[in-house]
Design a protein around this ligand. Structure first.
Ligand code: MGD
Ligand code: MGD
Ligand code: SF4
Ligand code: MO
Length: 680
């Protein structure tokens, strides 16, 4: 047993395992073997002792009486939610015999793993699971639901997930929070900006919704959904026209700046205003503010990329710091994601070489509804972990129809009986991250961190790595790598000669220090960019070979249907995706699910603040509480939160979202759907 687990009382270091850029260092307080309090680590250079409300109330989730304690098998009809306790032996034996039969009759690709980052720990999200499913030969999953479109777009410009070190932004004089609800989703970037503000920095927020982040800004700029690319091109038009570009930077570090200068002439601010809903004067004001302030920093959020044109929008915004040479200024530049700096040896951890059939089919997780209903080469079994697709995937009614299929053998491994688990044939109880050994790499700050277990496994819960080791054993797989311990997995992952940023960071060092910063030189001082030209690609030949415009270009959203409102169902403050949406404490903080609509739209529809409204399209419907005002533009409605299926509410927003894929990376288009609204 690990030393922290043995201690019944005390304070122990830990990491937040949630899918959040801040990846806080935590201190866990134990009394009589149980966690009684969680606080931010005051010594952690980014956390600085502050954590969000969600995790301050985490003990309510870890010890929630609804938490799963032992394996269950279905005894009622599919989806009815009637289960009976079974042993782990029976659970593993059932999976083994069902899958062995499938391997013989339909082949391994009839089995699909379905997972995301409910736990960001590398071993438990992309470790032993990958090895096992590769060895089994199961279908591959393309994990596209979160930032795939935007990361791909950013990569075409910058070569990978490399941006500014957020700690440097303390020096910035201008912050543009663009399509990011940072007060809720990246609170430590907000804390840094708040400090910089005391030194005179200005804070601009560009969003479709004046939420808590918009209200905190010095200047809030409302924009129509899916039009950020046009705004960025309008800014470039002015930056070139008024000579606010850094010529020497453009010549040294970019390709395509001359073509771009010609190309953006067509994005006249008047046209851009008509597309974006941002007044012409504001476009000029913003361009001049950005062109004349240094250091200027842009935080690019996920909001602008959950759209049909999301990849190109992010690629376009990511060109702005190159025009002004801000990448070379301490505190300037941009962050979309910074995962590149902390990249581990994924080949060693995931062992794709174990997959014999290199043509194994790949299923885009955003299309899981369609895939489950497909009759040709059907998915006969799905193993879900770290994810709750019945609530979070688009075209939710299609997903649930698929999960209800009588001939689908569904296994769900989770801490709770989630909406997805309700459809399961077998439910396996998962440990929380506080019960596991794992290592963590933030996709925003530059610290690698370790989590050593601080409490014993709850009930009969098991970690993901352990479940896949058990399955490998049941199948009689002999490869040593399927028997590796968690510590061995960490050692293999950190042995990564390809990534100099983490050179010298190993298991011992992490155990000793708890968090270790990447050996990071500043961009352009160290390695060359990983684009084909090794420069910032304002013009991208690689994009042209994909049939997309090589220069940043605005294209409107796909026509969804004829409903009058664009529907933006974003995350909320007190849940993390659907995590916490089933915990009483967090529900009580959030209260109800609201639909924000413009007062003139509300007036036309006879809707008053506080009315119950039905929101619907041909895909489905939900019922929300109207919040009427000026927080959204006309023609746009916004709701927040992925709410659990609670009794007496109909908050299932993904019943309405489209499963079209975005222009790049197979990304999700949650915010590009249209709906009608009526008073109930
Ligand atoms: N409290 C909390 N924190 C979270 C999460 C959570 O659920 N709750 N989820 C975590 C995860 S997985 C992720 S990916 C991140 C996401 O966090 P963010 O990067 O902040 O992304 P979103 O919250 O999806 O959307 C950000 C903002 O984009 C706006 N938006 C929507 N469409 C557009 C558009 O076309 N243009 C512009 N300019 N704005 C638009 C929305 O109104 C929203 O305010 O947060 C993580 N952190
Ligand atoms: N409408 C709409 N839909 C969205 C979004 C949106 O903005 N709007 N955002 C999208 C985005 S960005 C994302 S990232 C996805 C996220 O969607 P999901 O990845 O489904 O995230 P969660 O809903 O938090 O569910 C994670 C699940 O993992 C479980 N879990 C946690 N730790 C472990 C563990 O160690 N082992 C196992 N086996 N299970 C564990 C949790 O209990 C929880 O049930 O949702 C997407 N869906
Ligand atoms: S959810 Fe984010 S802000 Fe909250 S404790 Fe975890 S990493 Fe920190
Ligand atoms: Mo996400």
């Amino acid at each position: 047993m690990n030393q922290f687990v043995k201690e019944q009382n005390g304070v122990f270091p830990s990491v937040c395992s949630l899918d959040c850029p801040d990846q806080c260092g935590l201190l866990v307080h134990k009394k009589d073997g149980k966690i009684v309090k969680i606080q931010g680590d005051p010594n952690h250079p980014v956390t600085k002792g502050n954590i969000c409300n969600k995790v301050r109330h985490m003990t309510h989730r870890i010890y929630d009486p609804k938490r799963l304690e032992y394996p269950l098998k279905r005894v009622g009809a599919k989806g009815e939610g009637k289960f009976e306790r079974i042993s782990w032996e029976e659970a593993i034996e059932t999976i083994y015999s069902r899958w062995t039969a499938l391997l013989e009759t339909e082949g391994p690709e009839s089995i699909l793993p379905y997972s995301f980052y409910g736990n960001m720990g590398k071993l438990n999200s992309e470790g032993m699971d990958r090895r096992f499913f590769h060895r089994l030969g199961a279908s591959l999953l393309d994990r596209t639901i979160c930032s795939s479109a935007g990361s791909t777009g950013y990569r075409y410009t910058m070569g990978g997930s490399f941006g500014t070190d957020p700690e440097e932004t303390i020096n910035s004089k201008l912050f543009i929070f663009w399509g990011v609800n940072a007060v809720s989703t990246n609170m430590h970037q907000v804390a840094i900006a708040e400090k910089a503000r005391k030194n005179g920095a200005k804070i601009v927020v560009i969003d479709v919704h004046k939420n808590q982040t918009g209200r905190w800004a010095d200047w809030f700029i409302p924009i129509l959904p899916g039009t950020d690319g046009a705004l960025a091109l309008g800014l470039m038009h002015i930056l070139f026209a008024e000579n606010m570009v850094d010529k020497s930077f453009l010549e040294t570090y970019t390709v395509g700046h001359e073509e771009l200068r010609e190309h953006v002439k067509q994005y006249d601010p008047k046209n851009v205003a008509a597309i974006t809903g941002v007044p012409v004067e504001d476009i000029y004001k913003l361009a001049r503010m950005y062109g004349r302030t240094s250091p200027a920093f842009i935080r690019i959020g996920n909001g602008m990329q959950h759209h049909d044109n999301g990849g190109m929008c992010v690629r376009t915004v990511a060109c702005l710091p190159a025009l002004t040479g801000q990448w070379q200024v301490l505190g300037g530049g941009a962050i979309k994601g910074n995962g590149g700096y902390l990249a581990h040896n994924s080949h060693a951890l995931e062992r794709p070489d174990l997959l014999e059939n290199k043509n194994t089919r790949v299923i885009n997780m955003n299309l899981i509804g369609k895939a489950l209903l497909e009759e040709k080469q059907p998915i006969r079994s799905m193993f879900v972990y770290n994810c709750n697709p019945a609530l979070v995937a688009p075209e939710g009614n299609k997903v649930r129809e698929g999960l209800l299929r009588e001939d689908l053998f569904l296994v769900v491994h989770d801490l709770f009986l989630t909406e997805t688990a309700m459809y399961a044939d077998l439910v396996l109880p998962a440990t929380s991250s506080f019960e596991n050994l794992d290592f963590y790499a933030s996709y925003w700050h530059h610290y690698l961190q370790i989590q050593e277990p601080v409490i014993e496994a709850y009930g009969e819960c098991k970690a993901n790595t352990e479940v896949f080791r058990m399955l490998a054993k049941a199948f009689g797989f002999e490869e040593e790598c399927l028997k590796d311990s968690d510590e061995e997995l960490i050692r293999q992952a950190l042995d990564c000669p390809d990534n100099l940023w983490i050179e010298g960071i190993n298991f011992e060092k992490l155990v000793e220090k708890q968090y270790v910063k990447a050996n990071r030189k500043r961009l352009f001082e160290a390695e060359k960019l990983k684009t084909p030209s090794c420069k910032i690609e304002l013009h991208s030949k690689a994009l042209e070979t994909k049939g997309l415009p090589g220069l940043p270009t605005y294209s409107p959203l796909v026509k969804d249907n004829d409903h009058p409102f664009l529907f933006v169902p974003a995350p909320n403050h007190n849940f993390l995706n659907s995590t916490f949406s089933n915990n009483e404490k967090h529900i009580s903080l959030e209260k109800v699910a609201r639909l924000h609509l413009n007062s003139s739209d509300a007036k036309n529809l006879g809707i008053n603040d506080g009315d119950q409204v039905k929101v619907w399209n041909e895909r489905g419907e939900c019922e929300l509480v109207a919040s009427v005002g000026e927080n959204v533009l006309q023609g746009v409605v916004v709701t927040q939160g992925l709410w659990a299926d609670l009794p007496e509410t109909k908050y299932f927003v993904n019943a309405l979202t489209p499963d079209r894929v975005a222009d790049m990376g197979g990304g999700a288009t949650f915010f590009s759907g249209r709906v009608s609204v009526e008073r109930l």
